[in-house]
Ligand binder design. Structure first.
Ligand SMILES: Nc1ncnc2c1ncn2[C@@H]1O[C@H](COP(=O)(O)OP(=O)(O)OP(=O)(O)O)[C@@H](O)[C@H]1O
Ligand SMILES: [Mg+2]
Length: 337
């Protein structure tokens, strides 16, 4: 559905010089600085996938999305979406995709929401019955009823984003690009939007690429995540694996049937032991929870146990801050050499 090979986008930005004299010099010298917003990325996405696209500010997420949607022409590299090169066959491409940029409105500012929808029906030549059933379903899931007849300019941000989201799916696109669709929204609006995204992906098989800084979005919706930093893809794989590899310690909480001796178990350290309750911490790379449970059960009688998952928020923050993936990669390279 989406094939990307060695994709690059460079921007030439004028070198910043202080003061009026600097500005005048700029005018004549035309000194530019090259920003490599997307710096050679490869990936492919199959039909029906819902992929989270993550990365810190300025990493190159929106630039990637803009190339995939045909808004920007790459500096080099290949992109095929749905059998087309987006920027070369812009019109045909746009008729089969949907796009939402968070906090940006794509509907007619002065028209009531419902009239924007009607215009889209004509523009995309949506068959009447399809239009009716899509609209009815989206209205229900996104709760659009209360503001369908309100001009877009009078909507709250959450209402505007919900209307934009519905609009992006009205023409039954094969792929939808969502660039931070939940940014700035309250929890209720976020939840509505997540629910909607999950349903259109599962029930209609729409392929979705979701950019977000809200990791709850990712946790709730995506099995696969791609992570970009400084224009390069630093991770592409299952969210669960990312957590297992970089999630740091996990905790195993055990209630002993007979509180007694100090608990010791190979592969984990005891964080606390109070009465019958023992909290152990372990690295998933070193021991699996089931190994530890087996070892404990061989030595102690257990009344109850539970495993605490690593927090995605903390994990991703660590990856950005400490460049853990770079470290892992150079360790792998060293091991291979
Ligand atoms: N039109 C442009 N001209 C010059 N530089 C640009 C342009 N668009 C983006 N950039 C630069 O390219 C880099 C990547 O920007 P991009 O908007 O893709 O990041 P992002 O991952 O979407 O970040 P955010 O999370 O803040 O939205 C940044 O350094 C940005 O300043
Ligand atoms: Mg962005």
């Amino acid at each position: 559905m989406i094939e990307v090979q060695d994709l690059r986008k460079e921007f030439r930005v004028m070198r910043h010089r202080e003061g009026a004299l600097g500005a005048v010099r700029n005018l004549f010298s035309r000194e530019y600085r090259l920003v490599r917003a997307v710096d050679g990325i490869d990936f492919s996405i199959v039909r029906g996938e819902l992929v989270g696209y993550l990365g810190p500010n300025g990493a190159g997420k929106s630039t990637t999305i803009k190339m995939l949607t045909g808004i920007l022409v790459p500096t080099s590299g290949e992109v095929v979406v749905n059998g087309r090169v987006p920027w070369r066959e812009r019109r045909a491409h746009v008729s089969r995709i949907g796009v939402v940029f968070g906090q940006r409105n794509a509907l007619w500012w002065d028209l009531p929401v419902v009239e924007s929808f009607d215009l889209l029906r004509h523009i995309y030549r949506i068959p009447a019955d399809r239009y009716r059933s899509n609209r009815a379903q989206f209205e229900e899931i996104l709760g659009l009823g209360e503001f369908l007849h309100t001009p877009v300019r009078s909507l709250s941000l959450g209402q505007m984003m919900r209307a934009n989201l519905a609009a992006a799916f009205l023409h039954d696109p094969d792929i939808v690009f969502l660039d931070e669709p939940t940014i700035g929204l309250d929890v209720v609006a976020k939840e509505r939007i997540r629910c909607f995204i999950r349903r259109v992906n599962q029930e209609r098989g729409v392929t979705v690429i979701l950019t977000t800084h809200d990791l709850s979005d990712v946790e709730r919706l995506c099995r696969r995540v791609m992570m970009i930093d400084h224009g390069r893809l630093i991770y592409d794989g299952q969210l669960q694996e990312l957590l297992a590899r970089f999630g740091g310690e996990r905790e195993l909480v055990v209630d002993l049937a007979e509180p007694g001796d100090q608990v010791i178990v190979e592969g984990a350290r005891v964080v606390s032991q109070e009465g019958a309750r023992v909290t152990l911490a372990f690295y998933p790379a070193e021991a699996s929870a089931s190994d530890l449970i087996a070892r404990l059960a061989a030595r102690y009688r257990l009344a109850d146990l539970s495993v605490r998952e690593p927090q995605i928020e903390a994990t991703v923050r660590r990856i950005y801050e400490e460049g853990l993936l770079d470290q892992a990669r150079s360790a792998e390279d060293t091991a291979r050499a």
